[in-house]
Design a protein around this ligand. Structure first.
Ligand SMILES: C[S@@+](CC[C@H](N)C(=O)[O-])C[C@H]1O[C@@H](n2cnc3c(N)ncnc32)[C@H](O)[C@@H]1O
Length: 191
C-alpha cells in the first residue's frame, strides 16, 4: 500500500529543494558506496542519479508508481547510465525482493513518516551487509517548510534516530544538510 502523504508534486518544483549531489556526497561519505545501494521510494530519481555516480555497484531504485519507474528507466537509458536498476514494487507489502546482506547502502529519503517505519527499517537492516550504511533524510519540523508531510506525522531527528536504533542499527549520527537542502535533516547509521 502506498505510504500516507507520499505523493510527489511537479518534478522541477520537487528538485528545487535539493542540491542532490551535495546530499549524496555528505551521506555516502568520502569513500562513496563500495557495492550496491537500494533506494526505498525513489520518486523522480532525484537522488538515484547522484547515488549511481557514487556507487561501485548497482543502485536498485524501487517505487510503487509504475510511471515514475518507467520515466527513471528511460532517463537512465538516455544518459547511458548502466548501474541503475529500477523496478515497480510495493516494498511495504512485499519487501524489496533483494537478497539478505546483498547491499552496501540503503537510502530512505522523505519517506519515514509512513505507517510502520519499523517495517521499512527492518527490511533495510536485512538487505545490508555487515559494513552496510543506512542514510535517511526528512523534512524539518523546527522551521516553516514549503512542503512536507503534516506536522502531526512528520518525524523529528530524535524520533528517526530512536526508530533506527530500535531496528538494530548502530553509530547513528545526525548530519547537517544546511549547505545542500536547508529544509531537511540527514541521518546515517551503520548496520
Ligand atoms: C515523498 S516521495 C520521495 C521520493 C524520493 N525518495 C525523494 O526524496 O526524492 C515518496 C516516494 O515513495 C513512494 N512510495 C510510497 N509508498 C510506497 C510503497 N509502499 N512501496 C514503494 N514505494 C512507495 C511514492 O510513490 C513516492 O515516489
Amino acid at each position: 500500500m502506498k505510504g500516507r502523504e507520499s505523493g510527489m508534486p511537479e518534478e522541477d518544483y520537487w528538485n528545487s529543494f535539493f542540491d542532490a549531489g551535495c546530499v549524496i556526497e555528505k551521506l555516502f561519505g568520502e569513500a562513496g558506496c563500495r557495492g550496491n545501494a537500494v533506494e526505498f521510494g525513489c520518486g523522480y530519481g532525484t537522488f538515484t542519479f547522484p547515488a549511481a555516480r557514487h556507487a561501485t555497484g548497482t543502485v536498485c531504485a524501487l517505487d510503487i508508481e509504475p510511471d515514475l519507474i518507467a520515466e527513471l528507466q528511460m532517463r537512465a537509458k538516455r544518459e547511458g547510465i548502466a548501474n541503475i536498476v529500477a523496478a515497480t514494487r510495493d516494498f511495504m507489502a512485499n519487501g524489496t525482493g533483494l537478497g539478505s546482506g546483498s547491499q552496501s547502502h540503503a537510502m530512505i529519503y522523505n519517506l519515514l513518516h509512513i505507517d510502520h517505519p519499523d517495517r521499512l527499517l527492518r527490511e533495510a537492516q536485512r538487505v545490508l551487509g555487515p559494513n552496510g550504511r543506512l542514510s535517511v533524510i526528512h523534512w524539518r519540523s523546527d522551521i516553516p517548510t514549503p512542503r512536507g508531510p503534516s506536522l502531526e506525522i512528520r518525524p523529528t531527528p530524535e524520533q528517526c534516530k530512536a526508530w533506527i536504533e530500535a531496528s538494530g542499527f548502530q553509530n547513528t549520527r545526525v548530519i547537517d544538510l544546511q549547505d545542500c537542502c536547508p529544509f531537511h535533516f540527514g541521518i546515517v547509521a551503520s548496520r
